[in-house]
Design a protein around this ligand. Structure first.
Ligand code: NAD
Length: 258
């Protein structure tokens, strides 16, 4: 059974594809009004169409989450249109260019950290400001990854950004617990999305990555969306400062020989 977000107003960043898109649709199906944020207008409008087909209502706000003014506008437009903000999924992220640290450019490092880490911090900042202005209450889910727990050769900036999101989540949860604003983080292993395909779509890479998942397959975006909706709902009312790992057994230990 899907948890209810009936009557809530929510933001989904990176709602322009993959996990963000499916979560925006599930927000709508479970009763929330959903503000889709992302850089690509056509993709954002497509998500909004899917939200409407699902019987919901929403808004697309073109947003680069690494820019403070754009995130401020995102929250402001949400409140202008729907009057308040109750839930948010800070999901936007990039994989960046993967290379060993010794070969990595400063530009690639900065870009990944700007979007994946600073972007989540900016979203938290302006979302929490708004929730406090409303008198408190709300639920925020950040997007990390199994790369928030472990390293991955060639992915230093990505792993560092996702470890950073774990720290931001715990800190934001502590700072706002008394204001009834819950902040949690979701940590998937490989999920079938455009990003998953870019990273692990080639046959050799796919074989390697599948071998890291004891369950024998990658996850789906909707499997992550289900968990995010639950974490945003009042059914998760005692959960804050925590991570929920959805990984098909990836972090449980080495995948035994089949
Ligand atoms: P995706 O590439 O399909 O979707 C990411 C979306 O974020 C895209 O629509 C992209 O345009 C948007 N985006 C990127 N930079 C942005 C910015 N600066 N401002 C606003 N939007 C921006 O990938 P996905 O797999 O759906 O990834 C979503 C999140 O899940 C990412 O944070 C990713 O790191 C995380 N994640 C993905 C996987 C996976 O295997 N797919 C696993 C663990 C975590």
């Amino acid at each position: 059974m899907t948890a209810e977000l009936h009557g809530k107003i929510g933001i989904v960043t990176g709602g322009t594809s993959g996990i963000g898109r499916d979560t925006a649709v599930l927000f709508a199906k479970t009763g929330a009004k959903v503000v889709v944020a992302g850089r690509r207008e056509a993709e954002g409008k497509k998500t909004l169409d899917l939200v409407r087909v699902a019987g919901g209502d929403g808004l697309f706000v073109q947003t680069d989450v690494s820019r403070a003014t754009e995130v401020q506008v995102l929250v402001r437009k949400t409140v202008e249109k729907f009057g308040r903000l109750d839930v948010a999924f800070n999901n936007a992220g990039i994989e960046g260019a993967w290379s060993p640290i010794a070969e990595q450019s400063e530009k690639d490092w900065d870009r990944t950290i700007d979007i994946n880490l600073k972007g989540v911090w900016l979203c938290l900042k302006y979302e929490i400001q708004q929730m406090l202005k409303q008198g408190g209450g709300g639920a925020i889910v950040n997007m990390a990854s199994v790369a928030g727990f472990i390293g991955s050769a060639g992915a230093a900036a990505y792993c560092a950004s996702k470890h950073g999101v774990m720290a931001l989540t715990k800190t934001a949860a502590l700072e706002n617990a008394r204001s009834s604003i819950r902040v949690n983080v979701v940590c998937p292993a490989v999920i079938e999305t455009p990003m998953g395909e870019r990273l692990w779509g080639a046959p050799e890479a796919k074989k390697f990555a599948l071998g890291l998942h004891p369950i024998g397959r990658f996850g789906t975006a909707m499997e992550i969306a289900e968990a995010v909706v639950w974490m945003c709902s009042d059914r998760a009312s005692f959960m804050t400062g925590q991570s929920l790992v959805l990984d098909g057994g990836f972090l449980a230990g080495p995948n035994p020989p089949q």
